[in-house]
Design a protein around this ligand. Structure first.
Ligand code: FE2
Length: 257
């Protein structure tokens, strides 16, 4: 297994869902217990549903730590999200919390890579599912893509847990390359939060979330590993699993054409 430069992942942020009744308490606990100052509040975004008198705070990001002395300091950032949709309106955040037993749920970890396009192509070629194209966030100067959910084949409920992959400070050249790519019409400019929000909303309305890898592929992987403990999985076996993934993705791509 070769580690490519784009595999050097650093945690960019982690997204934490909380029940509305726990949202303000979470804010206060982050401020007090984790020592989050006003400067460490990276953003706070509000929703304004029709008929709502006052906007409600929907999400905030709290930086709970910054590495000192590093050239590009690693930061620990929690993005806290609560469902703000009016009662009676569907809300995938509410469903995720309910499915997971309520109170709170770690929904996704965002991993920063130095080369998102290369990683994305690598993962696609191995059958990994992404629920959005690569999106650009103009505010934050980052590009990002969201994976399917980490799921048992045949699971009754979506797991509500997935990954985001980001690259910060993309060059002008890279952005231009993305904009002229074939998926140009699917490129949501400045609407990345809504891009994820809408995709997740659609999935949860359907009652089925796209899995990280298809069930059929997950079953093939599991069959290869059957009867072995983790410490018995050698590189030769991993190569066979990777070959299965490449085969599966290639066959699927041919079918889609
Ligand atoms: Fe995120």
């Amino acid at each position: 297994m070769k580690k490519e430069p784009f595999h050097n992942f650093v945690v960019d942020h982690m997204t934490f869902l909380v029940e509305p009744d726990l949202y303000k308490t979470t804010y206060a606990l982050m401020r007090i217990v984790f020592g989050v100052s006003r400067e460490d509040l990276i953003y706070e975004k509000r929703s304004n549903w029709p008929g709502q008198k006052k906007p409600s705070s929907m999400t905030f990001a709290a930086r709970v730590g910054v590495e000192r002395g590093a050239r590009v300091p690693a930061q620990t950032i929690f993005a806290v999200v609560q469902p703000t949709e009016p009662k009676g309106r569907s809300s995938h955040v509410r469903t995720m919390l309910k499915n997971r037993g309520g109170s709170c749920h770690w929904q996704h970890v965002a991993l920063r890579t130095p080369d998102l396009l290369a990683f994305h192509a690598f993962a696609l070629a191995r059958g990994v599912n992404f629920i959005t194209p690569i999106l650009k966030d103009a505010d934050e100067d980052l590009i990002q893509v969201f994976s399917g959910e980490w799921t048992m084949p045949g699971a009754a409920k979506p797991s509500a847990t997935f990954f985001e992959f980001v690259q910060r400070d993309p060059s002008a050249e890279l952005l231009k390359q993305l904009e002229t790519a074939s998926n140009r019409e699917a490129w949501f400019r400045d609407k990345t939060f809504l891009g994820l929000y809408q995709e997740k909303e659609n999935e949860y309305k359907r009652g089925r979330a796209v899995p990280f890898i298809d069930d059929a592929l997950a079953r093939r992987v599991a069959a290869r590993l059957k009867g072995r403990e983790v410490f018995e999985i050698d590189d030769a076996l991993l190569e066979r699993v990777e070959a299965d993934m490449l085969d599966y993705a290639a066959a699927r791509a041919r079918r889609r054409k």
